[in-house]
Design a protein around this ligand. Structure first.
Ligand SMILES: [Zn+2]
Length: 97
């Protein structure tokens, strides 16, 4: 695991509220207009603002392509629990209830 992933994991842990094992990790920092958590990530070129659940996927699960869509299986837009995150087929985006 690379150092950036560890750093992001720590940041996500600090920025979310966890209940019992298996429950949602609720983002408690910045929230976007669409209701998703937002997170500023330092990059070589400055700061990138990304959806918190996407960053969580990157940090805990693995690499993402720019057009990959990450969805919460629990349906909670503020959830950043990597166990609740799946890569969605872009063609199915929007169908998940
Ligand atoms: Zn969840």
């Amino acid at each position: 695991m690379n150092p950036l992933q560890l750093k992001l994991q720590r940041k996500i842990s600090e920025s979310s509220v966890r209940g019992q094992t298996g429950s949602c990790w609720i983002w408690n920092r910045q929230i976007s207009n669409s209701g998703y958590g937002r997170m500023a990530v330092p990059t070589r070129d400055g700061t990138l603002t990304e959806s918190a659940h996407r960053i969580s996927y990157l940090a805990f699960v693995g690499p993402l392509k720019q057009d990959d869509v990450v969805q919460q299986t629990c349906g909670n837009r503020l959830c950043v629990n990597p166990d609740h995150l799946i890569l969605a087929d872009a063609s199915q985006h929007g169908d998940a209830a």
